[in-house]
Design a protein around this ligand. Sequence first.
Ligand code: FO1
Length: 311
Amino acid sequence: MKIVALAGGVGGAKLAHGLAQILAPEELTIIVNTGDDFEHFGMYICPDLDTVCYTLAGLANPETGWGRVNESWNTISNIEKLGGPAWFRLGDQDIATHLERTRRLKEGQSLSQITRDFCNAWGIKHTILPMSDSPVQTIVDTDEGELAFQEYFVHRRCEPRVKGFRFDGIQVAEPVIGAREAIESAEAIVICPSNPWVSVDPILRVIALIPVPRSVPRGEGKKIIAVSPIIAGKTVKGPAAKMYAELGIEPSALAVAEHYRGLLSGFVLDDLDAHLSDNIETKTLVTNTIMNSNSDRARLARVVLHFIGSL
Ligand code: FO1
């Protein structure tokens, strides 16, 4: 079964990893959000691409989900001693990724080419693609004005109240070549449990250029399913629930299903939200969506693929 997974940060990376444990390399393409990318110390940093790659390579820090496992922090702690900005925690091994990516970008290599080479170096067999090779920058409009994503998310710890989002560069951002083919040949698109506002919407906006029939009836065309990142009104990690609340929307799996209204053939929500499934217009699957281990990730992926087969 050929699948395209859309993923952003830590939660999305976990289900992408689950799918990669089940599907062969030629059956799975993961399209990753690049709206969180930013320049820091002159390095071009792609947090969501790195989180998905490190996770599939088994290199991700299991506590945080981002950055590297068995990391050291000599560089950033010496920068701090020199009075430099240390709010964005850059590990010594992680810095190698940012330096080498920046060097290649300056040489004119595309982000998708660089990602392909890095995946080979990290032993990742599945295809991981940035949503676009041209830059997109998520800007969070807050009660303190507009903030670049990492400024809002990490430096300000998501404290400012969210009023809206915009994606600078999205108007001219074309999907990368592999994404078009992957979507056209896929049986289904899986929207992983990532933040709908800042991790999934940018990807949907970019790939919207690729004709994908919406919420197709059973058995025809493309199936699109989403896994809720909100469980019992809360996110496992990240600010999605807080964003919903600040935008005047009751945070729930229902709100997420509503977010993707008209797009979905199926929706996956957690056992704790089983009572909500009757209010969701599309077909639903209720299951345990918590992923604490690699086997949890594979189990959820298997259940999602079975659900897709039943649509
Ligand atoms: N998130 C944090 O909350 N604090 C950090 O210091 C931090 C550093 C960091 C370094 C590299 C990287 O790839 C990700 C990092 N993240 C950090 C996570 C990142 O901000 C988010 O994962 C995404 O941007 C949103 O999914």
